[in-house]
Design a protein around this ligand. Structure first.
Ligand code: C2E
Ligand code: CA
Ligand code: CA
Ligand code: CA
Length: 278
């Protein structure tokens, strides 16, 4: 029987492929990751270019895997979406981000808001009660929570999405459109949905220095956001010349390695203290 077992294993292994086995293991581990306390949020500061203060932080999820170390979101978010785990994972992130910001604020640290990324699969009426519950549990002011949505969510066109986003808006949370300009999008959603913020995608920021046309496009997006009264966040800002171009053309908030990579909550504290005493 032992021998047969071994053969079965070999058969299974070669049929599935090493990558399949690895993936299956990751799925199994991911289902237990929350209860095992392996999920963490890192925070990347968003700097107000007018004051130099950190006004917000984006919460970015990581998985502290006991054998594989820190796993980045592109390796587990798609799996969570496929195996029906994303709402649970997303809800954990929502609660953790609210709890952390409330704790910062209780300690007198100046941070006015936290942004949480949402998967398209989380957009449902249940999300509204999840958000309400995260705010109630943490005691965080609704205006201190921002939800980052992708263009795909805006484009699904269903009435349910409109209603869900309007309900979220009614609670008082901020809505931001992430990765702006990268989706198959029509611009009409910018006025159709109750948005507060637009995040210009890193790919546009990267291209600023490449040609005048690219630079003009970025300037036009900033101007559009400003005229629609949408707060503009430029993400992926890595260089001083990108920073200079963006601020000269009216970008109010900057996020990127130029200021800081995403860091654990503990590492954000000294940055907040420094800025708070300005
Ligand atoms: P995103 O929402 O566009 O987040 C920005 C990503 O760009 C982050 O990658 C961040 O570390 C990276 N980044 C920020 N500034 C710079 C820069 O100056 N240079 C470069 N090269 N990169 C920069 P990260 O943390 O690996 O997250 C990747 C994506 O995973 C996120 O893209 C988001 O779509 C997704 N994600 C992260 N956390 C969550 C979550 O809690 N829920 C969901 N649904 N998705 C998440
Ligand atoms: Ca923001
Ligand atoms: Ca984001
Ligand atoms: Ca983004």
């Amino acid at each position: 029987a032992k021998k047969q077992g071994k053969n079965n294993y070999l058969f299974y292994d070669s049929a599935m492929g090493a990558a399949g086995v690895e993936r299956l293991r990751l799925e199994t581990d991911l289902r237990r990751a929350i209860e095992r306390g392996q999920m963490v949020l890192h925070y990347q500061p968003q700097v107000d270019t007018h004051t130099g203060n950190i006004i917000g932080a984006e919460a970015l999820m990581r998985w502290e895997h006991p054998e594989q170390g820190l796993i980045p979101p592109y390796k587990f978010i798609p799996i969570a979406e496929e195996i029906g785990l994303i709402s649970q994972l997303g809800n954990w992130g929502l609660n953790e981000a609210c709890r952390q910001l409330a704790e910062f604020q209780a300690r007198g640290l100046e941070l006015s808001r936290v942004s949480v990324n949402l998967s398209a699969l989380q957009i449902s009426p249940m999300l509204v009660s999840d958000v309400e519950s995260a705010l109630a549990q943490s005691g965080l002011d609704a205006s201190a929570l921002e939800l980052e949505l992708t263009e795909g969510i805006m484009m699904d066109g269903s009435q349910d999405t409109v209603v869900t986003l309007q309900s979220l808006k009614n609670i008082g949370v901020r809505l931001s459109i992430d990765d702006f300009g990268t989706g198959y999008s029509s611009l009409s959603y910018l006025t159709r949905f109750p948005l507060d913020e637009l995040k210009i995608d890193r790919s546009f920021v990267m291209d600023i220095g490449k040609s005048q046309r690219n630079a003009n496009l970025v300037a036009a997006i900033i101007a559009m956001a400003n005229s629609l009264n949408l707060e503009l966040v430029a993400e992926g800002v890595e260089t001083g010349s990108q920073y200079q171009f963006l601020t000269e053309h009216g970008a109010a908030i900057i996020q990127g390695y130029l200021f800081s990579k995403p860091v654990p909550a503990d590492a954000l504290i000294p940055m907040l203290k420094e800025r708070s005493f300005d």
